[in-house]
Design a protein around this ligand. Structure first.
Ligand code: SF4
Length: 707
């Protein structure tokens, strides 16, 4: 081993990309600086494995385009370096001027599921309670707002019920809209560890990598999933293959059964593209007595115009067949970002921090008392959602926008609109690791932030497991952690006293921990970061007082084993609505249905970090490609690698043809990692969750020059 690779010390940190929450072992030199890493053996999540992004997690820290000093746009439009003092003065003067002239609704923030929840919560508390604004949302709206809403409505709290061991303990695993092999590769390894000879069913319009590895692939028509799930429930109720004990713990069964009368297999066959026999056989498989059945979904469901009802159709199936609260079961949302689950509990955007609601006076009083702030400083209204904030900016009602650790100029649906609304903004601040993202390049002020590996805090993974991340590098130049930037802004704004208890991330953790008392996400039994590390992460809930009928503090691996839900009645709700039509279907002008999604395990979202790694770039084409069925390609005279123009009613882009029988004729697939992709997508939203519908829009395809 070369000397430079021999670690003087090691420490551990949760990976900063996806919500799997793998723990990495960081190798440090004598100065405590990370020089290398390896996956942590024995951590109960990743069991010594990591995907390419985790292995290369240190690379993006050394990129030449790191934001190292604050940058301010001068009158000539150039970005010039300024001191922190000038940056803070500019920030507060401009934001205060907008507030005085246009009111508290005229400024908003857009944040992220990528930073520790101590920072998220400080941001939300500072912005709303200290600075006196109302509207802020996070990019978690783009990945899991649907799951949040579905669980809240059905269970009474946003509570994914499962643990990763359920992948290994299930007899039948049904994945809908989840390309687990690519999006959550370590979780796919957990599926592969299942020794029960499981049936793995993938329901997806594309023959994804996961579908190809499954026992059965059902290539249903795009957005046929809700009708199919209703038909399955129809068959199960018709045939009496339900679980009476589990149904007794629900509300709305009679209404659901009556509603499902109209969803026989024959009635939905055309919409789903499946035969009656295939639907009947699937209904039989997912309701076999004695078999453990688990339902899993990701963005194919969440990023849909009817995602909430689709998720709840899976929840309904789990509830009526008794597949919940037991090993190998559940209706389980697999989350996207490393700390989306932390955002769900603590971000203080559309929900009040610590698992509370702005609308309830007792929640506001409890949070005010816990934080030591006047209750009047906590608004009773929740924030507008992400799309509503941007619509208000388009209308000129929002004049100041503060973007933290996210890149909506690339990632937001119908992203061309961002450029138009930029003209309407008086002041755009971007706080980020890089000055080069599409969003940072549009900013008036860039605040340079430390990244993963350069600060402390906690993430919560998909199975509700809290883990710590560690500072193992110094941020470059005079970049600061988001936590420190927010404290400086609080002082500059004049509300620093309100946040005097938030001295460092662990002090913030203790404040937030205590707020969770008596909520479903109660973590008052956690002493601090050392305990989290010692226990290999801790899943919520983890209350200090667990009652006489429970053992001393230990992990609550799986929810609802007692059959009691978080609704006022203690019963789960069975919710449903008729399926809606695709917001934008194909026609003669735009004859192809465009599907978008993750294209590789080696890139993350807008590539703002993973695109900085030489190794990860080599694992993925840097030029945009589009997957085209060979029959469509033949009809259009296209060959492999031909350049084509893809256009929708909103925009266009160029890509190279990749011949792929894995997409059906009439459908196309574009990976979301390329900046132009969201110029095409159609801005429609789930009415309950306000999550964007990224997965289906109408496009045209044509060759741009001879091969
Ligand atoms: Fe694990 Fe996800 Fe990080 Fe890959 S990106 S190492 S799967 S947490």
């Amino acid at each position: 081993v070369p000397k430079r690779l021999k670690p003087a010390f090691t420490t551990t940190s949760i990976c900063g990309y996806c919500a799997t929450g793998c723990q990495l072992k960081l190798h440090l030199d004598e100065e405590g600086r990370a020089i290398n890493l390896s996956p942590q053996a024995g951590y109960p999540v990743n069991l010594g494995m990591a995907c390419p992004k985790g292995w290369q997690a240190l690379d993006p820290l050394d990129s030449a385009d790191r934001a190292t000093v604050p940058l301010l746009r001068d009158p000539d439009g150039k970005m010039v370096p300024v001191s922190w003092a000038e940056a803070l003065e500019t920030f507060t003067t401009r934001m205060k001027a907008i507030k005085e002239q246009h009111g508290r609704d005229a400024v908003a923030f857009l944040s992220t599921g990528q930073i520790p929840f101590e920072e998220m919560s400080l941001l939300g508390c500072l912005f709303k309670f200290g600075m006196g604004f109302l509207h802020g949302d996070a990019n978690t709206r783009q990945c899991m707002a649907t799951a949040v809403t579905a669980y809240k409505q059905s269970f009474g709290f946003d509570a994914p019920p499962y643990t990763y061991a359920d992948f290994e303990e299930s007899d039948v695993l049904v994945f809908i809209g989840s390309n687990l092999c690519i999006a959550h590769p370590i979780l796919w390894q957990r599926v592969m560890r299942n020794k029960r000879n499981p049936k793995i069913i993938v329901i997806d319009p594309r023959a994804t990598e996961t579908a190809q590895a499954a026992t059965q692939h059902i290539a249903l028509k795009p957005k046929g999933d809700l009708a199919l799930l209703y038909a399955l429930a129809h068959c199960i109720i018709r045939d009496g293959r339900t679980d009476a004990e589990s149904i007794a713990r629900t509300e709305g069964f009679e209404e659901l059964a009556a509603f499902l009368q109209d969803y026989s297999p024959a009635a939905v066959a055309e919409r789903t593209g499946m035969s009656v026999e295939e639907i009947e056989a699937l209904a039989h498989t997912v309701s076999e007595p004695g078999k453990r059945v688990s339902w899993w979904w990701t963005m194919g469901v969440n990023q849909s115009y009817e995602g909430v009802r689709t998720a709840q159709a899976m929840i309904n199936l789990a509830l009526i067949t008794g597949n919940i609260g037991k090993p190998g079961t559940g209706a389980n949302s697999i989350t996207g970002q490393c700390n989306a689950m932390g955002s769900r509990l603590f971000s203080n955007t559309t929900s009040l921090t610590g698992g509370h609601e702005f609308a309830y006076a007792e929640h506001r009083e409890k949070v005010a008392a816990g934080l030591g702030i006047p209750v009047e400083s906590i608004p009773s209204e929740a924030s507008m959602a992400y799309d509503q904030i941007l619509a208000a900016a388009e209308e000129g009602k929002i004049k100041g926008l503060w973007i933290i650790a996210t890149n909506p100029f690339h990632s937001w649906i119908d992203s061309g609109r961002l450029e138009a609304l930029r003209e309407k903004l008086e002041f755009l601040v971007v706080q980020d690791m890089y000055h080069s993202t599409e969003s940072a390049r549009a900013a008036d002020l860039v605040l340079p932030a430390a990244g993963w590996g350069e600060k402390d805090g906690c993430f919560i993974n998909s199975e509700r497991r809290i883990g710590t991340l560690k500072k193992v590098r110094q941020a470059p130049g005079i970049a600061l952690s988001d936590f420190r930037i927010l404290r400086l802004i609080a002082n500059a704004w004049g509300c620093g006293e309100m946040f005097a208890k938030w001295t460092d991330p662990e002090a913030a953790f203790r404040l937030l921990r205590d707020l969770t008392k008596d909520r479903p996400c109660d973590i008052t039994g956690i002493e601090g970061y050392e305990m989290i590390d010692r226990m290999g992460g801790i899943q919520w809930p983890f209350p200090a007082d667990r009652g006489e009928d429970r053992p001393a503090p230990g992990e609550e691996r799986r929810l609802f084993s007692d059959g009691i839900y978080y609704t006022p009645s203690g019963k789960a709700k069975l919710l449903f609505s008729p399926p809606a039509e695709l917001p934008e279907d194909t026609d003669s002008a735009y004859p192809y249905l465009l599907l978008t999604g993750r294209g590789t395990s080696s890139q993350w979202h807008t590539q703002s970090r993973t695109g900085k790694s030489d190794i990860l770039r080599k694992l993925y084409p840097q030029e945009a490609y589009i997957e085209v069925n060979p029959a469509d390609a033949a009809r259009l005279g296209l060959k492999e690698h031909d350049p084509v123009q893809v256009s929708s009613r909103r925009g266009e882009m160029q890509a190279f043809v990749y011949l792929a029988p894995t997409v059906k004729p009439g459908q196309l697939f574009l990976p979301m990692h390329y900046p132009e992709v969201n110029r095409l997508t159609h801005p429609s939203f789930d009415p309950h969750s306000r999550q964007p519908n990224y997965k289906a829009c109408a496009v045209a395809l044509k060759k741009v020059r001879p091969h």
